[in-house]
Design a protein around this ligand. Sequence first.
Ligand code: ADP
Length: 518
Amino acid sequence: MLPDFRLRQREYLLEISRAMSARLDLSSLLELTLKSAVEILAGQAGLITLRRNDGSFIPQASIGLPYQAVPLFEPLWRDLEPERQRGGIPDMALRLALASRAAGVLMRQVVALPLEIGDDVIGYIFIFRSRGAAFSSNDRQVLGAFADQTAVAVHNARLYQQVTAERERLNAIIEHSGDGVMIINPYRIIQTWNRALANMTGIPAESAIGRPCYEVLNLQTRQGTSVCHTACPLVNAPEDGRLYAEGIHHRADGLAITLADNYSPQKNEEGFLTQIIANVRDVTRLQEAEEMKQTLLSVISHELKTPVSIIKGYAGTLAREDADWDEATLADGLAVIEEEADRLDRLITNLLEASRLQAGGFKLRLSYLDLADMARTAVENLQATTTTHTLELDFTRDFPPIRGDFERLREVLTNLIGNAIKYSPDGGLIKIGGMLGKNNTVRVYVSDEGIGISPADQERIFERLYRVDNRLARQTPGTGLGLYLVKAVVEAHGGRVWVDSTPGQGSTFWVELPVGNE
Ligand code: ADP
């Protein structure tokens, strides 16, 4: 039979290892160890110091000592390690005497053992007696088992802390990455969904995690077929080996965004797929810019080509030496050439203005000007281009001069009146009027009896390059830049522009501008 204290020691050690596997926090574990060791060695107090990164030792747990007195026991462990390494046997009795005096707590006997992991001393355990006999070599042996157990516990706890800290650091990197990051398991179930991705899609991590990515991202083509179901690179390995998918994601708030996903599969040492990290980027703007570039190119090539070939055709015909054109034919031909040249001029002006606006080099040159007068000139010029439309002026008498950019506001009027003519193919009345508005503003309108604009298109016609998709618009020359510039110029003046329209009956474009002469 084992002696009684051996039995108890075994029980204590068992309890400590149970506590260790239950992942008790380190300080509770150290206290438990101290309590058991003090009891089994019939001591009155105990102390554990641990080594810090800088090599110094600090008290980490104590029992039976006044809390404030613990640091004053420092003479016990000061330079203990170097002394031990030099092979000296530390005079613990002297150290204890010094420490006891410094701390004002009388302890008569001490036994100290290093906590070792391999050759590394990671701390010390001290057990004290305030009365009774000195510690025996048997006591030291008993304490040795506790010291070993404690060293392993501290080591494990530190490893665990390190792993946790590393994991937290990684999580923080993923969470705060500017790109969307999604981690999915081999069954394509979402495990991680970072903040950027939540912002991009409007789907919070709580709703995404645990669901299949093809359900949550649900990428689609422009035609509405599912990219995730028909072309997921994780399912149908692509020929070029590039794990990439791109498609439209419809957000719950109605916004459609284009997402580009790059997948990188992670395998374990045996080569089995463990997870897939997907880098998700919102490429909506990029794609829009690309489409815009294409549209702009085709618009330019088409729109510039038409007037140029008309001008060339007429000029060539009129210049033929073998023909003898009468006055009227000559005049008609020259009028067409002039008209087309004007159209070209407007087109080029619009293009230049649009690119200036985009490049941010858009500055107003302000002066006092008479909009009613400007409208009169525009009406005279444009009336000459049509016989089916009647252009009428309707400015109130009290219409004041305003401060504005003459050239740019003339473009606004020309664009609006030009559109009124273009989009009323059956002719009709076009009115250009103006009146005083509220809060020191003026309002100018251009109304027509043309095809009108549907409510859905009314919101979009002021966008760059936007053209309504109908037969007339397709047959009518245009770039979709006119109204974009109108809006930009009016807003640069601090004003606003909007449209009232009933499809089939006509449209009225309104421009409100501050008088700007306070
Ligand atoms: P565009 O060069 O195509 O005329 P705009 O930016 O001036 O470009 O106009 C954008 C679109 O708005 C046009 O394509 C046309 O469909 C529509 N629109 C503009 N003005 C009118 C109008 N007065 N009546 C009907 N539709 C119009």
